[in-house]
Design a protein around this ligand. Sequence first.
Ligand code: NAP
Length: 312
Amino acid sequence: MAKHKIAIIGLGKITQDQHLPVIDKGDDFEVAAVVSQRGLSHNGVPSFKTAAELYAAMPEIGIVSVNTPPDVRHTIAREALEAGKHVLLEKPPAATLAEFEDLKAFAAAKGKVLFATWHSQFNPAVDEAKALLARHGVGSVKIEWREDVKKWHPGQEWIWEPGGFGVFDPGINALSIFVKILPFAPFVKSASLTYPANRQTPIAAKLVFGSAAASQPALTADFDWREQGDEKWHMTIETAAGHKLRLYKGGAALDVDGKLAVEAPSEEYQRIYAHFAKLLASGESDVDGAPLRLVADAMLVGRREETEAFVW
Ligand code: NAP
């Protein structure tokens, strides 16, 4: 079958690290154009400064991937749907819940596929953790997602601006795994959010979750951008039956009772684009807002604390 022609909007870090190489190596899609404010290009395909110019010049491209920072995602995605495109959204899918609801409704009204990706969900170890929790019940989940912001987001000023998510930019990846593996819906009961004195978004957050589960398992998250040395992207889980799980390497590896159970090379974006191809074939959207809702709720109930100013 001919490859789907896709245009990529925003040629920043994640586009360069994942989307472009994964699409180029895959069988389902072909990068046919890019939209780059800075005028970057890729393999000589046409590059446009705005999406409107792309839509006017190459109407045959029916699919776009929106890989910009989240605060502009709604405007860009709506414009794409209005132009009749199917749309893949990098995470988080919008800056607010209402924007995301609008995109979902608009895509449905236009009969277009909308795929809100959560890359960390696309790991075999995450699938196995979900299966084990379904079988053995949940005793407790302790999330630790700690990294050095200077290493992972060098110079990205948008993460500190309103709508930039701060430490929830990586933290929402952990939450996307959390909502996938739990057999019930978690609620944010309380949160403490630590803001640098000179910034608009948190550098650290501690969350405590509740749920309607009868056993009231202990569920916590610790997100921190001040980690030095190696990043810690892991969850320590106890099943109700007493098994000890450790999901680590951002969801790529799982130990069960001290033994490695699953570890696969990271192929998150390969699996994302394979899933997108299936969605396009079926005409269905995949629009899970649960991770975004938990971040929004943490902001609603969170207690603000202040810490020293952040400088790069
Ligand atoms: P980034 O390096 O700052 O790149 C974002 C790019 O979007 C910019 O380079 C720019 O590209 C474009 N852009 C910026 N402002 C724009 C605007 N106002 N309108 C249109 N385009 C704009 O950020 P990133 O790390 O790639 O992150 C982008 C998204 O991917 C975020 O939501 C992030 O959470 C997600 N993500 C990032 C990673 C990661 O490892 N970095 C991993 C997974 C997901 P042009 O100049 O080419 O237009």
